[in-house]
Design a protein around this ligand. Sequence first.
Ligand SMILES: [Fe+2]
Ligand SMILES: [Fe+2]
Length: 251
Amino acid sequence: MFELSPDTRVADLWDESPAMLAALKSTGIFKEGDSIDVTIGDLCWDVGLNPVMILNMLAKARALDVPSTIDVSELDDMPLIEVVENVASLHHDYLRQTLPEIAALLARVVDAHGDSDERLLEVSKLFGKIAGDLEGHLLHEEESLFQMIRDMEKAGVIQPTRCGESVAGPILCMENDHNELRHDLARLRELTGDYAVPGFACPTYRKLLELLTVFDQNTVVHMHKEDHVLFPRAKEAQAALAQGTGTNSAP
Ligand SMILES: [Fe+2]
Ligand SMILES: [Fe+2]
């Protein structure tokens, strides 16, 4: 893992840290399409910012990064359109099934233990936000990015969406959503002590923590697949289409 300093290049973040890259983009000093060979120091000095502020922000974002041990090699030889179907079936369908189940269990556990376990109220509020955000995120991703990829791969065309005429538009929105979700998941882990089961927990409470653990793990893998495989390959596919070389297969 590289050292964070004013000499750190955006290219270092690009390869290793989607959370830091998203945090950098949120400042507006680095935009999609800018050269990634520039250093953090140069980006800051160009607009009169002290790099220390930005580096502190990036250091906090780094803690939210997905561990690099996640193995998504199953996607390596998969055509791009199958990567979309893999994400949709293993993660989007899963979320649509599990989010209401967790919400129902959470309501029961809050009813039973909310008076004696104050953290439950905050967990319930936070989970409600996460579930609402995810509902919008899944729909947005499917209606914009996934559809654009299907159009490219099946018909060799790009249909504009509400996020513009390039896959980079929805990808930027998705990266911002992922970044917020990483913050929310980190807070959920903090509130639940990494989903530790309290001694007094009833079977429903235990089941809730079990489902939350799986939800967290599935979501981390979901974002990793999109940040590290789907998004870069969608950009490559659009570039190939623009150059007339097309791509309907794995790299
Ligand atoms: Fe997704
Ligand atoms: Fe996503």
